[in-house]
Write a new protein. Structure first.
Length: 389
């Protein structure tokens, strides 16, 4: 018996609160914990002593919370440093915490590994479990990441709509560059092609950081689509790099660096928009959805929501090895229909590791059928199909 502590870290996903709900309800059902606490804004809340009692939240209240966008108990991007650890031990001890469940991405797994290692060194009896979440879909060991399916559904629908809009505008505004999130991987940009049914449909060019950017080849491919169909849609990942590995546009300074050392630059979309405007001599629109990619309630994938709750429950499942903890992963079963189960891997295989789109999913400024087979089940119910006169 004791207290289970749960935290949410990093950028929210559309389904992160389903994981929170899964953790809390499974913990209470197990009768292994006296109480379940949430820390406001993750490590920040632990150190400041800001906790919320999740034990007494009613089922009616959960029905409103579990599907809400954002992180219900608040999130943080704080990277743990040595000075944090003694304060964390004090807070955990004060609240009789015997299990800490961290819901987050690979940076959160890095924090989890730090705490787990420090606990073992200090002889603190603490079970540490990482629950995966990220719209970037870049977590190692797992078939995919909860949160990705819903964000991918948004990107696919946004690309579909941008295509019909640009096609209707004709010469007035025939080209659109849609810049989407992804940090260092192109999974979300690739999802822009999930609603594409034929060559005429958007997108016509997908720009991924996994492929060295060829400026002339890019312009030629967009121009080819524009000449053939009268419009063209580009979906580009925000951190596409030039052929020499630097940001597009040359030697530019980063706009921000977070505590984990990740550099942030002005998005690639603006550069690509200017490049196409200057070379093709037509109006090129630039769209950047921003945080709406991970927060639009109407775009939640039913599959994604179910799996987010599943990994939350798995974190406190009786089958979990209480001597090691680790990171929960999703395992795709072979064959049809699509189905995923859960497993657990060690934290060191996930912490700080970013998985990129494999080469078999990429082909000549576009994704392959193999990628569509992989990603289509994750976005849930089929997207609408539209016709043309």
């Amino acid at each position: 018996m004791g207290t289970l502590l749960v935290t949410q870290s990093g950028g929210p996903t559309p389904v992160i609160n389903r994981s929170l709900y899964g953790v809390v309800t499974e913990a209470l059902k197990s009768s292994r914990y006296d109480q379940v606490l949430g820390a406001r804004h993750s490590v920040d809340g632990i150190i400041s002593g800001e906790f919320v009692d999740l034990t007494s939240v009613t089922s009616d209240r959960w029905s409103c919370i579990k599907s809400a966008p954002g992180s219900a108990i608040g999130t943080s991007r704080r990277k743990l440093v040595d000075a944090d650890v003694p304060m964390i031990w004090d807070r955990l001890d004060e609240n009789s915490v015997t299990c800490w469940v961290m819901i987050g991405g690979n940076d959160s797994a890095e924090n989890a590994l730090t705490i787990s290692t420090e606990a073992a060194t200090a002889g603190y009896d603490l079970l540490l479990v990482h629950v995966p979440k990220t719209v970037d879909n870049d977590l190692a060991e797992s078939d995919h990441s909860p949160g990705y399916g819903s964000a991918a559904r948004f990107v696919a629908a946004a690309t579909l709509g941008a295509g019909f809009d640009a096609e209707s505008m004709g010469r007035a505004a025939p080209i659109t560059v849609l810049e989407v999130a992804g940090r260092n991987s192109g999974w979300l940009a690739a999802a822009g092609a999930l609603a594409k049914r034929d060559e005429r449909d958007a997108p016509h060019v997908v720009v991924l950081p996994e492929v060295a950017f060829d400026e002339e080849g890019f312009v030629a491919k967009v121009e080819e689509a524009f000449v053939r169909y009268g419009y063209a849609i580009v979906v580009a990942q925000e951190n596409v790099r030039s052929s020499d590995g630097g940001p597009l546009g040359g030697d530019v300074e980063s706009t921000h660096q977070d505590a984990f050392g990740h550099q942030y630059y002005e998005g690639a979309g603006r550069y690509l928009t200017k490049l196409l405007t200057d070379t093709l001599g037509v109006r090129v629109r630039y769209d950047k959805p921003g945080s709406i990619q991970r927060s639009l309630p109407s775009m939640v994938s039913n599959v994604d929501a179910e799996e987010a709750e599943l990994v939350g429950r798995a974190a406190v499942s009786p089958s979990l090895d209480r001597s090691t903890g680790g990171s929960v992963v999703l395992i795709r079963e072979q064959g049809d229909p699509y189905r995923c189960t859960t497993g657990v891997t060690s934290l060191d295989k996930v912490a700080g590791i970013s998985v990129r789109v494999p080469s078999e999913f990429i082909d000549d400024w576009m994704v392959t059928p193999a990628f569509k087979r992989y990603a289509t089940p994750l976005i849930g119910e089929p997207l609408p199909q539209f016709g043309r006169l």
